[in-house]
Design a protein. Structure first.
Length: 332
């Protein structure tokens, strides 16, 4: 399972990740020495292990009045948050109220001047692992060097393996014990390293959440350079998710052409429909987004043998309307 809808489905490029721990010769995480925890970290883990269900947001910084925080379009927050919920298998675990709190904990009240790696809050899912150990996500920030300047990124450190999540999915990830029960940035000999089983990164440009795989350069290949409908669709994802909202209008003719073409491959037709949904959603055209979602959910192609066993069916049936509902909550 990958980190973006069409990454999961079609194998497109996905978010860059920070290196965590060390890798063995076959790309399997090498076993690190036992993690040395301080008394505060031990106490937090002990408390988290006592929780039975639901969601805990554990603030790690004292409130500071007047502190400047990062601000985003609600549509970007919703989209990225719902994808992370699905990535971790939490769509069926958390109710809508808890899902809304989860997304807010990822993106709200993130201080602009947060020192690199300083923990902001922990998001805890009790008993996520099969052995009863909690899933712990620590929200922090770093500055990343782009082509022309540095930009902030929200980094979510996880005690779940992103290697296993990417390759095998959350069900198998839940069966493994975390190598690092409590994740953190560490500085040793003037070098910063991460003690975590996995990371999930949200680059920030102005009020946009941007895939760090795009390098936030604004330099995207032309849509005309793509030689197939599948390649064009993958590229439209980059146009919709970069930091330049003016790029969005460039994708509309291509998406409509593929979506309305009766000869389009079933997967291409549905992919184009999802991208159209995102286009209208990001443009805050809720009526058009709802219309596309309804058409996709009623499509007989979802019962096509090529489609029915893919995760795209669950995305269309469940996530599109869920995103619209979540956005309504986050806009309050």
């Amino acid at each position: 399972m990958k980190r973006r809808w069409m990454v999961w489905i079609l194998g497109a490029a996905f978010l860059g990740v920070l290196g965590c721990g060390t890798l063995g010769s076959r790309g399997v995480p090498a076993s690190p020495p036992p993690q040395q925890l301080n008394e505060e970290e031990k106490g937090r883990i002990s408390h988290y292990k006592e929780l039975k269900e639901g969601l805990l947001v554990d603030e790690l910084q004292a409130p500071q009045q007047g502190r400047q925080t990062l601000q985003f379009y609600n549509e970007r927050m919703t989209y990225e948050g719902v994808l992370l919920l699905r990535y971790l298998g939490l769509r069926d675990t958390l109710n809508e109220e808890a899902s809304e709190r989860f997304i807010k904990a990822l993106f709200e009240n993130i201080p602009v001047e947060n020192p690199d790696g300083a923990p902001i809050r922990n998001i805890v899912i009790p008993r996520w692992y099969k052995n009863g150990f909690p899933l712990i996500l620590q929200v922090t920030t770093v500055f990343i060097q782009g082509k022309t300047r540095k930009f902030p990124a929200i980094v979510v450190l996880m005690n779940a393996s992103d290697i296993i999540l990417d390759r095998l999915g959350y069900e198998l990830a839940r069966q493994k014990d975390p190598q690092y029960p409590y994740h953190r940035f560490m500085t040793k000999d003037n070098h910063t390293m991460v003690e975590a089983d996995g990371t999930y990164i949200f680059a920030v440009q102005g009020n946009m959440l941007v895939s760090s795989s795009l390098r936030t350069s604004g330099e995207l290949p032309s849509l005309e350079s793509a030689k197939s409908p599948r390649a064009k669709l993958n590229l439209t994802d980059s146009y919709l998710r970069d930091e330049n909202p003016k790029n969005d209008s460039n994708v509309l003719p291509i998406l409509k052409e593929i979506y309305e073409d009766q000869k389009s491959e079933p997967l291409d037709h549905l992919h184009a429909g999802i991208q159209l949904f995102l286009f209208y959603f990001f443009q805050q055209d809720r009526e058009s987004a709802e219309k596309i979602a309804g058409e996709l959910q009623a499509s007989p192609l979802l019962e096509n043998s090529e489609i029915s066993q893919r995760e795209i069916k669950a995305i269309i049936k469940e996530d599109l309307t869920f995103i619209l509902r979540m956005n309504g909550g986050l806009s309050r």
